[in-house]
Write a protein that binds this ligand. Structure first.
Ligand SMILES: [Ca+2]
Ligand SMILES: [Ca+2]
Ligand SMILES: [Ca+2]
Length: 400
């Protein structure tokens, strides 16, 4: 089954049943008869509140404003189970990359325009081994309470499914219903991390067993993007993102069966790529760090944008926080501060582009700035302004 089917099935279910269902809240299904404990944060909580909903699927808040979900889950509003919603920035979307493969995995990241004030997740550094216990949190479709059975017959090549009494059935499971609930469940890793061609994703798997963990869990439509956590000596680690389920051969839609598997993107495999984005300076232009005003060119007005903002503030800028869409990319050198170093970096790039044989600007003594030969008088004036600015801001910095 393609990875899209989970999500599409959920969309279809929502579309078909929107007239009768209450608004979908946030679900793995679990095998136990009651789930009173599973629809709220577990006592030993790996990050319950960090798992939210986006579009028709789930998503996990990573930290520094970044959220990760399955690529086939669309949507740009990240809703938390505490009732708060956050908007995704249009300027920070990222498709996670496979190592050494042209195809991209079923993982995407986006950044919020506001800080939700949630703790950062620690991502596992190695794939969980077979037998590792995991906790799965997602907002997938609920199951009906009644245990059902199916007889399997294989006339010709196609396995035929016929619903029957669970007492004599080949396969046991449940019907899925139209509602969904955010829920946590458990399982053991059943398959080691491996590249799954159908999803172009490095995954590990769990198997939904009737005699499994206390709260044996299986991903259902809507769980895509949900979090899979493992315990460690250093506390909980985010090890996977649910991307699909792997049902039995020829299994009908709308049911969940024991023996099916859930597939999770193995985040240890993608860890460096994910963290390179999370830890990236948020005010540095990813396309071209010297292009402060993002007009596609590097020119003196990029430096002037920084100069003007420093003059306006009469202080250096703290650029460690989230950046609103459309604002200039002030942090040229990526130190999460806005200061004259950013201005000098732009000038250095302008000189490099003009192919002038001068020393690196960052290494120049500040007193020499105004005397460096420049291709334009505007640039020269800007350099003078920078030197003045430096003189004005220095006492401020000493005071701070
Ligand atoms: Ca299992
Ligand atoms: Ca520019
Ligand atoms: Ca900077």
């Amino acid at each position: 089954m393609s990875r899209q089917i989970l999500y599409l099935a959920r969309l279809c279910a929502v579309a078909l049943l929107s007239g009768v269902s209450s608004a979908p809240t946030f679900a793995v299904v679990i095998s136990s008869a009651t789930d009173i404990a599973n629809v709220k944060a577990p006592a030993n909580d790996p990050g319950w509140l960090n798992v939210g909903e986006v579009g028709g699927g789930s998503a996990v808040y990573l930290g520094r404003g970044w959220v990760i979900t399955a690529e086939h889950v669309s949507g740009s509003t990240f809703s938390l189970s505490d009732g708060r919603s956050f908007t995704a920035s249009a300027e920070y979307n990222y498709r996670v990359k496979n190592i050494g493969k042209p195809a991209s995995p079923d993982l995407r990241m986006f950044r919020l325009t506001q800080d939700p004030g949630l703790p950062a997740m620690n991502i596992a550094t190695t794939a969980p081994t077979v037998g590792t216990q995991v906790m799965m949190i997602g907002s997938g479709t609920d199951r009906a309470p009644t245990l059902r059975g199916w007889d399997l017959a294989a006339p010709g090549q196609t396995v035929q499914w016929t619903e029957t009494s669970p007492l004599s059935a080949d396969v046991l499971g449940h019907h899925l219903v139209d509602s969904s609930t955010k829920r946590w469940g458990q399982n053991f890793v059943s398959n080691n991390s491996a590249y799954r061609t159908s999803d172009a994703t490095q995954v590990f798997m769990t198997k939904f067993d009737r005699e499994g963990t206390t709260f044996e869990a299986q991903a259902t439509p809507g769980d895509s993007g949900g979090g899979v956590f493992i315990g460690s000596d250093d506390g909980w680690l985010l090890a996977g993102i649910m991307i699909t389920s792997q049902p039995l051969v020829n299994q009908p839609a709308g049911i969940v069966t024991y023996g099916s598997q859930s597939a999770m993107a193995d985040l240890a495999y993608y860890r460096n790529d994910i963290l390179s984005m999370v830890n990236r300076p948020s005010w540095q232009n990813r396309t071209n760090r010297f292009d402060v005003n993002n007009n596609g060119r590097v020119e003196s007005r990029d430096a002037l944008a920084v100069i003007n903002e420093l003059i306006r503030r009469q202080d250096f800028m703290d650029l460690a926080g989230l950046r609103g869409d459309g604002l200039p990319w002030y942090d040229v050198n990526g130190d999460e501060r806005g200061n004259p170093q950013d201005i000098l970096a732009v000038f250095g790039e302008i000189r490099r582009l003009a192919d002038l044989p001068t020393a690196a600007p960052m290494a120049m003594p500040l007193g020499a700035l105004a005397t460096v030969p420049e291709p334009s008088s505007v640039l020269l004036a800007a350099l003078g302004a920078t030197a003045l600015l430096l003189a004005r801001l220095r006492p401020l910095r000493r005071r701070a």
